[in-house]
Design a protein around this ligand. Structure first.
Ligand SMILES: NC(=O)c1ccc[n+]([C@@H]2O[C@H](COP(=O)([O-])OP(=O)(O)OC[C@H]3O[C@@H](n4cnc5c(N)ncnc54)[C@H](OP(=O)(O)O)[C@@H]3O)[C@@H](O)[C@H]2O)c1
Length: 304
């Protein structure tokens, strides 16, 4: 039985708790925390969890005595990744593994995090950091880990591409933004999405994970939407290629009319992966939300 301490009980955290309670997959919750409180115990019942979620302020904040094997990071991303770096190092030093959907640490401090993980003989999995519930890293690891990746092209940010598609179908920008918030696709503050920062964080993680780089967000030039001019057949994409020289970009691209990415629905996430020695692989999901993300997190917990 794997014991998890879940840090962050928002949209993804609540869905993860629901999945663990619903499916018998050998995972037990022995700790939960958010900004307001913390609960831990070897035998937390569903009732304990429910009470904590209703009134976290009533519980203490001392995590020292919590017993768990895996620290699950579902916290709001920090601006610079420092909070995540410090907490992962501390978890590795305590002999714990880490599973994260929060991309800020990995996008800013990949080299330090993996060095510490190696030094302490721990492990970290991060499937949900890129394209939420689309199983990119786990599929590649499980099914074609021995083939070297030569290219990656992905729709990894839902908010921007949803807004582009809606504006191109005739809806005005404000309406498209409001619709994205109403559907739960976008947060009220979508600046990281629209400036391209969210997509760039994911590009850094893909470069490091699939191409063996040691990039940081600060090394990476990226672009986002020009809200005054959203062009037909444009999408915000991550493209990485190492055919002649290594090239990675995250920004707006104008696609050929028959590009399969343009034919996907407005809520799709997708990744096309090219390899040396085998044909390309395309992964696509029609909708990505907190449930899909939580399911990627649960798979990492099971696989770590
Ligand atoms: N939503 C998605 O579909 C999706 C997809 C991929 C990746 N992610 C990533 O997954 C993470 C969680 O997303 P979400 O949508 O669940 O966010 P959310 O609904 O805003 O929830 C964030 C949770 O983190 C807690 N938190 C923030 N700072 C904390 C701290 N320092 N210590 C302990 N808890 C802290 C918050 O506590 P309070 O409840 O007390 O405020 C809240 O429970 C984010 O990093 C996000 O970027 C989300």
């Amino acid at each position: 039985m794997k014991r998890v301490f879940i840090s962050g009980t928002g949209n993804v955290g609540k869905n993860l708790i629901g999945l663990i309670q619903q499916y018998d997959v050998g995972v037990r919750i022995t700790g939960l925390e958010n900004r307001r409180g913390m609960i831990s115990g070897e035998h937390l019942t569903n009732n304990d969890v429910e009470n904590f979620l209703k009134n976290p302020e009533k519980f203490g904040k001392n995590k020292e005595k919590a017993e768990y094997d895996i620290f699950v990071d579902l916290r709001t991303a920090s601006r610079d990744g420092r909070m995540e770096l410090e907490s992962y190092i501390s978890e590795f030093q305590k002999g714990k593994n880490v599973v994260t959907a929060n991309k800020s640490g990995l996008a800013n401090y990949w080299p330090e995090i993996f060095q510490s993980c190696k030094n302490e003989n721990s492990n970290i999995l991060y499937e949900a950091t890129v394209a939420g519930g689309l199983p990119i890293f786990s599929t590649l690891r499980a099914s074609c880990g021995y083939f070297k990746v030569r290219s990656f092209r992905g729709i990894v940010n839902l908010t921007s591409n949803y807004i582009i598609k809606k504006v191109n179908s005739g809806i005005n920008l404000k309406e498209a933004e409001e619709e994205a918030i109403r559907l739960g696709i976008a947060e009220t503050d979508m600046s990281d999405d629209l400036t391209g920062k969210d997509s760039a964080r994911k590009a850094v993680i893909v470069c490091n994970s699939l191409f063996g780089k040691k990039f940081r967000l600060s090394d990476f030039k990226y672009g986002g939407l020009n809200l005054n001019k959203i062009e037909q057949n444009s999408m915000l994409l991550v493209s990485i290629n190492e055919d002649e020289e290594f090239k990675a970009q995250s920004g707006i691209q104008i696609l050929e009319e028959n590009d399969p990415f343009l034919k996907m629905g407005p809520t799709a996430m997708a990744a096309e992966v090219g390899f040396y020695g085998r044909s390309n692989l395309t992964l696509m999901e029609e909708f990505d939300g907190p449930l899909e993300t939580a399911s990627a997190v649960l798979s990492d917990i099971i696989n770590i």
